[in-house]
Design a protein around this ligand. Structure first.
Ligand SMILES: Nc1ncnc2c1ncn2[C@@H]1O[C@H](COP(=O)(O)OP(=O)(O)OP(=O)(O)O)[C@@H](O)[C@H]1O
Length: 231
C-alpha cells in the first residue's frame, strides 16, 4: 500500500511561496495501476518526485509498504530509491553508448550481482518487455522510441521494485506505441503485483488505469479537473 497523508510541497519563488502540492492525501493498494492527471502546473510532477523520494515534502508523510520514506535519512533514501522504486521517464534516459542489454544490466550492479547473472537477468527482463532477437545488442539510437521505452521499463524492473513511477511515459510516442506501453505497464502491475503510478496528460492513458487521481492547483479534486483544457 502506498499511503500519502496530508502532503504539502512549497517552493519559494520571486512572487512568494507556491504550494505545488497542497495538503494531498490518498492510498493506492498494492498491485494497482494508477494515473495522475491534471492541467499543466497542477502539481503532478512534483507529487511524483515526492512519491519517489527525489524531493522531500514540506509537510506530511508518505509510506510505501512498511517504510515511511519521508523519515529516511538522505543516504537511506538513495538506497531505497535504487532498490525499491523503478522510474520511467518521457525521455527514456538510456545511456547512448551502451547496448540495450548493458543499459538494463547497469542498475543490477548496485544489487551486487556478478556479470554473468546480470547479463542473464537483463536478457530475461528484455524478453519480458518484448525486446528480443538482435535488439538487446543494439544501442538505443538503433531502436524505435517505443522500443527504447520498453528498454527503460526493463531497466526500471531490474531490481524488482514494489513501486514503478512513470512521468509521461507515452509523451514521445505515437498513439499506437503509447497504447502498447500502457498495456505493458498494466500487465506488469498484474503479473508482478507491482504498484504503478503514471503521470499523464493523455486521457486515453488514464482511462486504461485502475484508478485516476485528478489534480488542480496542487490538490486532488473529484472527477475531471479541467474538461475544457487540453495541453
Ligand atoms: N523547483 C521549483 N521551484 C519553484 N516552483 C516550482 C518548482 N517546481 C515546480 N514549481 C511550480 O509548482 C507548480 C506545479 O508544478 P509541476 O511541475 O508539479 O506541475 P505539472 O502538473 O507536473 O505540470 P506539467 O504538466 O506542465 O509538467 C507550478 O506552479 C510550478 O511552476
Amino acid at each position: 500500500m502506498l499511503q500519502v497523508n496530508d502532503v504539502t510541497k512549497h517552493f519559494k519563488s520571486s512572487g512568494g511561496t507556491v504550494a505545488a502540492v497542497d495538503g494531498v492525501s490518498f492510498d493506492i493498494p498494492n498491485g494497482r495501476f494508477a494515473s495522475i492527471v491534471g492541467s499543466s502546473g497542477s502539481g503532478k510532477s512534483t507529487l511524483l518526485s515526492l512519491l519517489g523520494a527525489l524531493d522531500a515534502p514540506s509537510d506530511g508523510s508518505i509510506r510505501v509498504g512498511d517504510v515511511e520514506i519521508t523519515k529516511l535519512s538522505a543516504r537511506k533514501q538513495v538506497a531505497y530509491r535504487r532498490s525499491r522504486i523503478g522510474f520511467v521517464f518521457q525521455q527514456y534516459y538510456l545511456v547512448p553508448n551502451l547496448t540495450a542489454l548493458e543499459n538494463v544490466m547497469l542498475p543490477l550492479e548496485f544489487a551486487g550481482l556478478r556479470a554473468k547473472a546480470r547479463r542473464h537477468r537483463a536478457a530475461e527482463l528484455l524478453k519480458q518487455v518484448g525486446i528480443t532477437g538482435s535488439k538487446p545488442g543494439r544501442r538505443p539510437g538503433k531502436l524505435s522510441g517505443g522500443e527504447q521505452q520498453r528498454v527503460s521499463i526493463a531497466r526500471a524492473l531490474a531490481n524488482s521494485p514494489e513501486l514503478i513511477l512513470a512521468d509521461e511515459p507515452t509523451g514521445n510516442l505515437d498513439s499506437r506505441n503509447g497504447r502498447r506501453i500502457v498495456r505493458l505497464l498494466k500487465e506488469l502491475s498484474r503479473s508482478e503485483g507491482t504498484t504503478v503510478v503514471v503521470v499523464t496528460h493523455d486521457r486515453s492513458v488514464a482511462a486504461d488505469t485502475d484508478m485516476t487521481l485528478s489534480m488542480q492547483d496542487g490538490r486532488i479534486v473529484d472527477g475531471d479537473p479541467d474538461p475544457d483544457e487540453e495541453d
